[in-house]
Design a protein around this ligand. Structure first.
Ligand SMILES: [Zn+2]
Ligand SMILES: [Zn+2]
Length: 271
């Protein structure tokens, strides 16, 4: 039987989820997952910039205590991986370096949510820019995030900027941004970091991010490390589109996807 995993999920320790961690874990169990990572937001990017006080910062000590306790409680039934999702911003680098010293994790996702210091989840970001400017600035920040000076395992949801983009055709195609995407993909491969396939893509015209041509290009360049993340913020979304992502990976020439334990990639055969 195929092993269903999920390397990117949130619970109510994240500012944008109301789901208790136990509910997420019980849902993962009910869906038959043997491995499940909880990767709550740690948004120091929003802490170091003015104007983002409305983003509730994670209570790190309480959060790690709770997730480690649940991991131990469910051991033998479900492999709960302790993860975190960092919101990249160069000015927050020193804070993430310190957090990495303080807490043991299995998987760290490095993600760009602020583009040029602005939240690309809201309309004003797009009002000031052309589509090409918006997507180019986003990819420039993703490229910089790959070079972050702290340890991480995965670059999250490449193409995130399209989730709330106000265009009829939102897709950021490889052919239109090949220079920047190649730069990002080559660096991922050289640094041994994983490309995430993120199935939180409702309303984008895609089943997952990044779009399939970018995935194919990563493989063509020699990329092997890929993870699956639903980015679920509620129990019902755990492992959404997992089968579609597996099919796309196989079609692009991948034989494995990976989960992370203590920052080591563990291969899972596709099919
Ligand atoms: Zn994210
Ligand atoms: Zn997330």
């Amino acid at each position: 039987m195929k092993e269903i995993i999920d390397c990117h999920t949130h619970c109510d320790f994240s500012h944008d989820s109301t789901a208790p961690a136990r509910d997420m874990i019980e849902s993962a169990l009910a869906k038959g997952l043997p491995y499940f990572a909880i990767t709550d937001h740690c948004d120091k990017d929003c802490e170091v910039l003015p104007g983002y006080e409305y983003i509730r910062q994670i209570d790190l000590p309480r959060r790690f205590e709770e997730i480690v306790r649940l991991r131990d409680e469910y051991r033998g039934r479900l492999d709960v991986a302790v993860g975190i999702e960092y919101g990249w911003l160069a000015a927050a680098d020193p804070l993430y370096i310190e957090i990495n010293k303080q807490y043991e994790t299995d998987i760290i996702i490095n993600s760009v949510h602020l583009v040029s210091g602005e939240d690309c989840y809201f309309a004003p970001f797009f009002d000031k820019r052309t589509r090409r400017e918006a997507y180019t600035e986003y990819l420039q920040d993703v490229s910089a995030s790959v070079d972050a000076p702290y340890d991480y395992d995965v670059i999250g949801h490449i193409g995130y900027v399209i989730r709330k983009a106000p265009y009829e055709d939102k897709v950021m195609r490889y052919a239109d941004y090949s220079d920047l995407l190649d730069e990002i993909l080559r660096k991922l491969i050289a640094k041994g970091k994983a490309l995430e396939l993120n199935s939180h893509a409702e309303g984008t015209g895609l089943d997952f991010l990044p779009e399939p041509d970018t995935l194919r290009r990563y493989r063509e360049l020699g990329g092997e490390l890929v993870t699956f993340g639903s980015d679920a913020h509620a129990p019902e979304n755990i492992a959404r589109n997992f089968d579609l992502v597996c099919e796309a990976l196989k079609a692009a020439g991948f034989k494995y996807m990976f989960k992370y334990k203590a920052h080591s990639p563990v291969a899972i055969k596709l099919d």
